[in-house]
Design a protein around this ligand. Structure first.
Ligand code: ZN
Length: 306
């Protein structure tokens, strides 16, 4: 069940198990107002968030920070009309680009994710953008909004509370699943993991799944580095993407995650999407659909409810 979980005094995370598509949101309550980290996939989820939020505060949500432009983190921005929505300049440009092809995205989501409710959601570009970093002060509390740059998304943003030693990681860190590097961006994704580690926080709030620790983030980065090195070895031996996929046959990571990481690696090595005869590797939404199905299988095997 979705829940608002207290992480520190006046700091909460809205958790929505299970993992894929069911993203988290941060709630940071100051003296006068609330800062929200990310909006959600649909209006019903947003209503639950609002109801949970009103159990702990009656202060207005004045700022909404988007960690990145993926729909499950921005799709209900417009349902917070009283809030100033903040994103990185690169993230805002991508949100705008997505908005221009909203009807195509709507059709693709319906095709690839028939089980996911996108009701009441759409892309709404952020009202305020920044590059580098931005600080919001809530009395004595510093809320640092840090742009790590391209990695999982067009530009990954994290929200750091240095006094509380908490970081809202967006999807740089997704707990319970392997890392999800963006297409052609494995080196940058690894760099963003390292930037997270350098913050030396006690709690790393995942974009999806349970909050984790520095050790969890580090373990994921090491896992990703290992897979990217393996892909690089394949590439340097002259193997094609399809051959590299076969070379990972013994890897315990589920095949859809292997596809995503090897494809992102090869894309980076050759500077473009690698050729493939594997139908499941031919478009990004198919890959994500595979990952969503894997998450569903895991959920089923654990018997956990939504
Ligand atoms: Zn994402």
């Amino acid at each position: 069940m979705a829940e608002l979980r207290k992480l520190a005094q006046d700091v909460y995370v809205f958790l929505q198990p299970p993992l894929v598509w069911y993203s988290s949101a941060g709630v940071i309550i100051g003296e006068r107002e609330v800062i929200l980290v990310d909006s959600l996939t649909n209006a019903a989820m947003t209503e639950r968030l609002r109801a949970e939020n009103s159990r702990v505060t009656d202060k207005p949500i004045r700022y909404l920070i988007n960690t990145h432009e993926h729909p499950d983190h921005v799709y209900t921005n417009h349902l917070f009309p009283q809030a100033t929505v903040i994103g990185s300049q690169r993230g805002r440009a991508q949100t705008q680009a997505n908005q221009r092809v909203q009807s195509e995205h709507t059709a693709l989501f319906a095709k690839y994710f028939p089980d996911v409710d996108f009701g009441g959601g759409c892309y709404t570009p952020q009202a305020m953008s920044f590059s580098g970093s931005l600080c919001i002060y809530q009395g004595e509390r510093e809320v640092r909004v840090l742009e790590l740059g391209p990695g999982h998304s067009e530009s990954d943003v994290v929200v750091h509370l240095p006094a509380e030693k908490i970081v809202f990681c967006g999807d740089v860190f997704v707990n319970g699943m392997p890392p999800l590097p963006g297409e052609g961006r494995v080196t940058q994704t690894i760099a963003n993991y390292r930037a997270l580690e350098a913050l030396e926080a006690d709690l790393y709030v995942a974009g999806h799944g349970e909050p984790g620790t520095l050790a969890d983030v580090r373990a994921q980065r090491i896992q990703l580095e290992g897979h990217v090195q393996h892909a690089r070895d394949c590439f340097e031996q002259g193997l094609s993407y399809d051959e590299a996929l076969q070379a990972f046959d013994d890897d315990p990571m589920p095949v859809d995650f292997r596809r995503l990481i090897i494809l992102a690696s090869y894309w980076e090595f050759i500077g473009q999407r690698p050729a493939t005869a594997d139908p499941a590797s031919q478009n990004h939404l198919t890959l994500i659909q595979g990952i969503a199905n894997e998450a569903k299988r895991r959920r089923g095997s654990k018997g956990a409810g939504q």
